[in-house]
Design a protein around this ligand. Structure first.
Ligand SMILES: [Zn+2]
Length: 322
C-alpha cells in the first residue's frame, strides 16, 4: 500500500454531503453524495459523516493507497485546533455542541482536518480553479446564504479564531431587516436567494406588462429562484430588475471588502451565480466598479467559480497539503 498520493474530503451542506477522492492537483478520482438529514440531530449527523469517511477509506484502499488524513468542510465558524464549530451554523441545530474532530478521529482512526466550507472552497478555487495563479483571492458564494473565503499572499487567511471571511454579515443597512445571525441589516438578508424571491414576487405583483414571471406567478401561486434566474438569462424585465436589486446590495458590500483586502481576483460561486451564469457575474463585476474605490478595482479580475459543487470536498481534501 502506498502513502499520500491521493486525498479525501467531505463537504457538509444543508441538504447533502458531497465527498470524494482527488489528486494533489485537485483532479477528482471518485465522488459521492449522501443525504445530510440535518433535522435528525447532531449525533445522527456525525455518524453519517463518519460513514462517508469510511467509504473514502475503503475506496482509497481498493485503489491501493493509504490516506494521510480526511478533510472535512462544514458550515459555521470553525476553531481548527478544537476542531469544532464555534458559531454561525443556524441551519444545523445542535452542531456547536459536537467535538467534530475528536469524534471523527475516534471513529475513523486517522487525523481529521476541520474547516469552514467556504474557506475549503476558496482553497480549491485557488489551488486548481478560477483563482489559480493569483496571489490574493476573494471567493464568495451567493445562494441561500452568502459566504466568503480569503486567500492572502497565497494562503488561506482564517483570522484570530477562524471567523474571517464572514462577508454575508457585513452591515449594509443600518437597523435593517433581521438576519439569521440575530443582527440587523446584514448583506445576506439583502442579496441572497430569499431576497431575490421576495424582490421578484413584489415586482411581478404590481407589474403591468407581459412577463414569463407574471404568468408563472398566476399559474403556480409562487415563483422559484430557478425560474427567476432562467428568466433573468432570457432578459425578462421583472427578473432583470429583481436581480439588479440584489446585485446592488452585493456590490455595495463587496466594495467594502475590496477596500480592505485589495484582492487580485474575485471569484463568485454559489447557487445564484450558477443559476444566473456569466450574465449574473458580469452584472456584479460592473456594479462593483460603481461602488468601489478605483485603486481597489484597477487590476481586479472577476470570474465565476469553476469547480461547482465539487469545490467543497476538493478544498477539504487539500487542506493538509498547503
Ligand atoms: Zn447576519
Amino acid at each position: 500500500m502506498q502513502e499520500h498520493p491521493i486525498f479525501a474530503g467531505i463537504d457538509l451542506g444543508g441538504t447533502s454531503i458531497k465527498y470524494g477522492l482527488c489528486h494533489s492537483d485537485g483532479s477528482v478520482i471518485a465522488q459521492f453524495s449522501a443525504v445530510a438529514e440535518v433535522s435528525a440531530g447532531p449525533e445522527a449527523l456525525i455518524e453519517r459523516i463518519a460513514h462517508c469517511g469510511r467509504d473514502l477509506v475503503a475506496e482509497s484502499e481498493r485503489l491501493g493507497f493509504r490516506l494521510p488524513y480526511v478533510g472535512f468542510g462544514t458550515p459555521g465558524v470553525v476553531d481548527p485546533i478544537a476542531g469544532k464549530v464555534v458559531g454561525m451554523s443556524p441551519n444545523i441545530p445542535g452542531w456547536e455542541k459536537i467535538e467534530i474532530k475528536q469524534r471523527l478521529e475516534a471513529s475513523l482512526g486517522m487525523p481529521i482536518i476541520v474547516e469552514n466550507d467556504v474557506n475549503a472552497m476558496a482553497v480549491a478555487e485557488h489551488r486548481c480553479g478560477a483563482a489559480k495563479g493569483f496571489r490574493n483571492a476573494l471567493t464568495t458564494t451567493v445562494g441561500t446564504g452568502i459566504g466568503g473565503g480569503l486567500i492572502i499572499d497565497g494562503r488561506l487567511y482564517r483570522g484570530g479564531i477562524g471567523a474571517a471571511g464572514e462577508i454575508g454579515h457585513i452591515t449594509v443597512v443600518k437597523d435593517g431587516e433581521l438576519c439569521g445571525c440575530g443582527r440587523r441589516g446584514c448583506l445576506e438578508r439583502y442579496a441572497s436567494a430569499g431576497s431575490l424571491l421576495r424582490s421578484a414576487t413584489e415586482i411581478a405583483r404590481s407589474y403591468g406588462g407581459a412577463s414569463e414571471l407574471t404568468a408563472e406567478l398566476k399559474r403556480e401561486g409562487r415563483l422559484t429562484v430557478h425560474t427567476i434566474l432562467s428568466a433573468f438569462k432570457d432578459g425578462d424585465e421583472i427578473a432583470v430588475s429583481a436581480v439588479s436589486t440584489i446585485v446592488d446590495y452585493l456590490a455595495c458590500g463587496l466594495a467594502s471588502v475590496l477596500a480592505v483586502m485589495n484582492p487580485d481576483i474575485l471569484v463568485i460561486g454559489g447557487g445564484i451565480a450558477e443559476g444566473g451564469g456569466e450574465k449574473y457575474v458580469n452584472f456584479v463585476a460592473k456594479r462593483i466598479r460603481e461602488y468601489a474605490i478605483e485603486p481597489s478595482v484597477i487590476q481586479l479580475t472577476v470570474r465565476p467559480a469553476q469547480l461547482g459543487n465539487s469545490a467543497g470536498f476538493i478544498g477539504a481534501a487539500l487542506l493538509g497539503t498547503t
